[in-house]
Design a protein around this ligand. Structure first.
Ligand code: MN
Ligand code: MN
Length: 452
């Protein structure tokens, strides 16, 4: 526990770790929204022999040990399961992470012009430092649903071509420059500066509308759209020694990716294993695609039904006897910002997957306090398999803290603990993680799915 993993790795393990991180960087570069990630997970699952649960239900297909299914929720979250040899009422092993990341959402009636510039109104999603989103290249990823039922997937601003962005004022005209205070309402995306000379009014706005029209998007279609403004560009190695990964949305795509890849290797487990990738964690796990939604429970009920052992009581028993890793990132100790952190108890980059026995702050409020008996079982398993982990907290006692989906699952009476990768610059457009922590988290999730 709490050892630097780099000192422990063999050449062979380093190679495997680098290969895994190459796949991870590719994933991060090409999947920035919850929809893109959900589609990735579904395609990967299909190519690994998973079947769509809705097809299985239609065909009334009986599920047996070793069968693999997935269920998609509104294209923004997904549950994958491998049926175990034991009755599900004996408990399920869950690993749950989230696909949504802080970003700027485009409003429903967003386009306007001002002083010969065309701008787009945004409403930020999740906890951001507003000033970090100015003066960097941004991209728009999303979906526009047309009245006729067609859905257009839209990506603009990636690759070497054009991008968009939010401007900042030069230091000479900014009295607050050492304490940047950009209001959420000020995060207006600059998208154009060229007039449409064929019209008299709103020339600059009209020129942009024309470009949207060429993509089969009308201005009013933006009401039935989900367009997310995210940092433009690829994930890449970080550091002169290339020991880290820089990428957008590593909270919590790092845990989502490592738990998903580990799940693809699960075969004939004793207990049913489930990989859960949810949406809306950053805004309180609310809504139809968040962890608090009944979707999760409904899917477990459907799977139990196809296994031939569904009853309300059996399902309650299954959830009650389950174990879960709430796989979400935690803050890494940052020597640049020691004030809110306690170096003895904070997660450190390079020390492996980080377990937060409890989150919460100022007297453990709103924390899921993991049970020592459960933690002991995990420690034994991880030590046996030489998987490196650290026991941590997030921030000083009175400094703050953060929430995860752990407490929601704990409501079923199951054993839950937070386990994830330490991150530097968390919630900033570009977040930093350590490669060995990414790999150790994958190994940890892999071991957990098979826990008996
Ligand atoms: Mn998170
Ligand atoms: Mn977060």
């Amino acid at each position: 526990m709490n050892k630097n993993v780099w000192e422990k790795y063999s050449e062979e393990k380093t190679k495997a770790m680098e290969k895994f991180c190459d796949g991870y960087k590719d994933f991060l570069s090409n999947h920035k929204t919850e929809r893109e990630c959900t589609l990735f997970a579904a395609e990967l699952a299909k190519s690994n022999g998973f079947i769509d649960l809705s097809d299985a239900i239609k065909q009334n297909k009986k599920l047996k040990a070793g069968d693999k299914v997935f269920a998609i929720n509104m294209n923004k979250s997904i549950l994958l399961a491998v049926v175990g040899k034991k009755d599900m009422a004996e408990g399920i092993n869950f690993v749950g992470s989230h696909l949504d990341s802080p970003r700027l959402d485009i409003k429903a009636t967003p386009i306007y012009e001002n002083n010969e510039l065309c701008l787009v109104d945004t409403h930020y999603y999740g906890g951001i430092k507003t000033y970090q989103w100015t003066a960097i290249p941004l991209a728009i990823h999303g979906t526009v649903a047309k009245k006729d039922g067609k859905v257009i997937n839209f990506v603009f601003g990636e690759g070497d071509g054009a991008c968009v962005g939010i401007t900042d004022i030069l230091p000479h005209l900014d009295p607050n420059r050492q304490n940047p205070k950009v209001k959420g309402e000020d995060l207006n995306l600059l998208v154009g500066s060229k007039p449409d000379t064929s019209v008299e009014k709103d020339k600059y706005k009209n020129n942009i509308i024309k470009i949207l029209n060429a993509n089969n998007i009308d201005e009013e279609d933006l009401f039935s759209a989900e367009l997310e403004v995210v940092p433009s560009g690829k994930a890449r190695d970080f550091g002169l020694d290339k020991s880290m990964v820089l990428g957008y949305g590593q909270d919590d795509k790092v845990c989502a990716y490592s738990s998903l890849m580990a799940f693809m290797e699960v075969k004939n487990p004793e207990k049913t294993a489930v990989c859960l990738l949810v949406d809306k964690e950053e805004i309180g796990s609310v809504g139809a695609t968040g962890m608090q939604s009944k979707f999760f429970e409904n899917v477990i009920a459907e799977i139990m039904n196809l296994c031939g052992n569904y009853s309300e009581l059996n399902m309650r028993r299954a959830l009650n006897k389950s174990k879960m890793l709430s796989s979400d990132v935690t803050a890494g100790y940052d020597p640049n910002y020691p004030t809110p952190m306690n170096e003895n108890t904070e997660a450190h980059l390079g020390r492996g997957i980080s377990f937060n026995k409890y989150t919460g702050s100022r007297g453990k409020y709103d924390a899921n306090d993991a049970n020592p008996e459960f933690i002991a079982k995990l420690r034994a398993e991880l030590d046996k398999k030489e998987i490196y982990f650290q026991a941590t907290e997030m921030g000083k006692v009175d400094a703050g803290g953060g929430g995860t989906i752990a407490y929601i699952m704990a409501n079923y009476g199951m054993e839950v603990i937070d386990a994830g990768v330490p991150v530097l610059s968390m919630h900033a457009p570009w977040e930093v993680t350590s490669k060995v922590d990414i790999y150790e988290s994958y190994l940890c999730y892999r071991a957990f799915y098979d826990l008996v």
